[in-house]
Design a protein around this ligand. Structure first.
Ligand code: CA
Length: 98
């Protein structure tokens, strides 16, 4: 499980970058994405299941989740969560921004 987490986290910053206009990946964006991954991945295995995802984003349909799952493996890894957060597809609940 630890190795899986490490593999998932390493490419996160690199995979998210091409989705952005140059210079848009701020430290704040990266921190927010990391915080969101921690929030979503409640069992800490480095992957976010649909059940974990809807615990935070109850309005997200399986179809919408599948669109975020760009690798199509049925799970969101850190790179996919980062891309979704930075791309604006998902946002942190307001009460966690404080
Ligand atoms: Ca998980």
């Amino acid at each position: 499980m630890i190795r899986k987490l490490a593999i998932a986290l390493i490419p996160a910053a690199f995979l998210a970058t091409p989705l952005l206009a140059q210079g848009d990946a701020t430290t704040e964006d990266q921190t927010m994405a990391g915080d969101h991954m921690i929030l979503l991945d409640t069992d800490g295995d480095g992957m976010v299941s649909y059940d974990e995802f809807i615990a935070v984003h109850a309005d997200v349909t399986p179809e919408a989740f599948a669109e975020l799952d760009t690798t199509g493996d049925g799970w969101l890894d850190a790179a996919e969560v980062t891309a979704a957060v930075i791309g604006g597809s998902i946002t942190l609940p307001v009460d966690l921004d404080d």
